[in-house]
Design a protein. Structure first.
Length: 195
């Protein structure tokens, strides 16, 4: 029972780090900043690693070095589309991606802009990455996406489920994916833009 509780706490803590990675951005200069302390105060913390592995080693350990498995019926080039989904997910959840670029990779971004600002600024985000491991197309413009959430290169949440939507020629992270992750951190508190 105690081991299950520790595993659950670690998974929730990793999800919180993923949220920070999705919403935080070192490139967010000149934009409004949020008081991350009030939003993150109840969030579990994870100690920083003594030393981080090189970026290439961390990416490989997380699963970024392997092409995602592809299934379902989708666009004519499912392998190419799955690769683009993997790239766009990784970029969206990369803490170094400017918030303006993240907005271009998120379905219904304008509606979710307040949520992204509310949860921005967690300093632990720099340790978090995402790697898409599977894409199952449900149509030519939608896909179920499986991804790993990694902390300092080690898989913290394996086989998380998300959505991808093709809009304007860009495979975007589904709004339900971001809202679900944000809800993990917020508990019963409402998330701006999520219903």
């Amino acid at each position: 029972m105690q081991r299950a509780s520790l595993v659950l706490r670690a998974a929730v803590g990793s999800a919180v780090l993923l949220l920070a990675a999705a919403c935080g951005s070192s490139g967010n200069s000149g934009g409004p900043s949020s008081d991350a302390g009030s939003s993150s105060a109840a969030a579990p913390t994870t100690p920083a690693a003594a030393s981080s592995p090189p970026a290439s080693a961390a990416a490989a350990a997380c699963g970024n070095a392997v092409a995602p498995t592809v299934g379902g019926s989708g666009p004519a080039d499912t392998t190419g589309a799955a690769g683009k989904i993997a790239t766009d997910y990784a970029q969206f959840f990369d803490p170094s991606t400017p918030i303006s670029a993240k907005m271009g990779l998120l379905q219904n971004a304008q509606k979710l802009a307040p949520a992204m600002q509310q949860f921005a600024g967690d300093p632990q985000a720099a340790q978090t990455t995402v790697a898409v491991t599977g894409v199952n197309f449900t149509s030519a413009t939608t896909a179920d996406t499986t991804y790993n959430v990694c902390l300092s290169g080690a898989v913290a949440l394996k086989a998380s489920k998300g959505k991808s939507v093709l809009e304007g020629g860009v495979w975007k992270v589904g709004d339900t994916t971001l809202c679900g992750l944000l809800q993990l951190q917020a508990g019963s508190s409402p998330i701006p833009g999520c219903s």
